[in-house]
Design a protein around this ligand. Structure first.
Ligand code: NAD
Ligand code: MG
Length: 395
């Protein structure tokens, strides 16, 4: 009886949660989910880079203990917005780590790029359940992050829809029965273009994804298919599989979020409408499930699901990411950092669409692969890759 009572009272306590990158696409979806069941959660911290207005609005509604802007130049503005609210306001990279180290049970890691590495690592070291959207930090520091997950007893739950789908159908008790995992890819907006047509695409065209609404960086990554390259490396670190067991398949409808093929010929897939609230809710409720008001899948209405092999000549990012994963060491960190700079360069119209992956490859050629075992080593390689990629842009 006592045991049942203590179990119940723990169940009744609001869960302590933190959202890193709360003003982004994944972050806003997470915030809306927390608001829809407001009594269930105590928000410890919300963070953003520079979006003062939105972060302040979220803070007034969710009443977190702390809000952090990574860009210190907006600190005063946020402080003014939240005067008298009782919310602690901080700014800067160290404050971001402080926010991630608060006593949260569940942390959404939804910062874009390797800027999310230090805070994500801090949340892992705190033993929290970490819902990981920020794929770049797993690409750059996968070995380090997964080692720390084991050491600190944290749980790393994938938010990326493909990996979340695989997580739901992967037999972790019998991984030897898994033949391969199949990551599906929409193919992005330029799936049917040739290289000549791709040469002239604008940021406005590239940022529009056929099926998902996302932040700008990941949308461009989908258009170059670097996103699927990053996801190959992400999958390698998340699941007990070898590199050759990862297959990529183009599936333009984005309904089959991914699949696991077993040694007896069975293939288990996870399906759903393309809506990030589904994987976010999965990680929030895990190991249970909660009801989510996403559109229900109507396969008869969709009628046809199609699949085709990807074309690595048309999308060299797929080949590059495969080679980089085989190479290991610092190569994935270099690829990811150079890609961030190249995407920025493209969005600022300093380079063309096809030059994005060319620039990543040229940066990789300039940095010999090194061993990276600490966060400091990853950060050094990351900075060097950014510097070289920027030099290549400015010529
Ligand atoms: P976004 O650009 O919409 O949001 C990014 C968030 O990170 C914002 O809150 C922003 O303020 C914050 N941020 C940006 N730069 C920062 C910095 N230097 N320091 C601290 N904070 C910073 O991005 P998104 O689409 O929400 O994606 C977030 C992550 O989730 C990415 O790694 C992306 O690949 C991954 N992801 C996103 C989706 C999606 O549907 N949007 C799906 C799968 C995976
Ligand atoms: Mg994905």
């Amino acid at each position: 009886m006592v045991a049942i009572q203590s179990f119940r009272s723990k169940e009744m306590e609001p869960r302590r949660v933190t959202v890193l990158g709360s003003t982004g696409s994944v972050g806003c979806n997470t915030v809306s989910m927390l608001e829809s069941e407001s009594g269930q959660y105590q928000v410890e911290a919300l963070t953003a880079r520079s979006n003062v207005k939105l972060l302040a609005e979220q803070a007034r509604r969710l009443k977190p203990k702390m809000v952090v802007l990574s860009d210190k130049s907006f600190y005063r503005d946020l402080k003014r917005e939240l005067a008298g609210s009782g919310v602690e306001v901080l700014a800067g990279a160290e404050a971001l780590v402080e926010a991630a180290s608060l006593n949260a049970d569940w942390v959404m890691a939804a910062i874009v790029g390797t800027a999310g590495l230090a805070p994500t690592l801090a949340a892992i070291r705190h033993g929290a359940v970490v819902a990981l959207a920020n794929k770049e930090c797993l690409v750059s520091a996968g070995v380090l992050l997964t080692k720390e997950v084991k050491k600190f007893g944290s749980d790393l739950l994938p938010v990326d829809s493909e990996h979340n789908g695989i997580f739901q159908v992967f037999d972790f008790n019998h991984p030897e029965g898994v033949e391969k995992i199949i990551l599906t890819a929409s193919g992005g907006p330029f799936r049917c273009f040739n290289r000549q047509q791709m040469r002239d695409v604008t940021p406005e065209e590239a940022v529009v994804h056929p099926n998902w609404e996302m932040g700008k960086k990941i949308s461009i990554d989908c258009a170059t298919m670097m996103n699927k390259g990053l996801e190959r490396i992400e999958a390698f670190h998340l699941f007990p599989i070898e590199q050759k067991q990862i297959e990529i398949l183009i599936h333009p409808q984005s309904v089959v979020h991914s699949m696991v093929a077993y040694c007896d010929g069975s293939v288990l897939a996870q399906l759903g409408t393309p809506d990030m609230r589904m994987p976010i809710a999965f990680t929030l409720a895990w190991p249970k499930r909660i009801s989510v008001p996403v559109a229900r899948l109507d396969l008869a209405e969709i009628g046809q699901l199609t699949f085709e092999h990807p074309n690595e000549t048309l999308f060299p990012a797929l080949r590059l990411a495969r080679e980089v994963l085989e190479e290991g060491g610092s190569a994935p960190a270099v690829m990811s950092a150079a890609n961030e700079i190249a995407v920025e360069g493209f969005l600022e119209r300093r380079i063309g669409f096809l030059e994005i992956i060319e620039l990543v490859e040229r940066t990789l050629c300039k940095i010999p692969p090194l061993k990276v075992e600490t966060i400091e080593e990853v950060s050094e390689v990351d900075s060097e890759a950014r510097r070289l990629a920027k030099d290549l842009i400015t010529g």
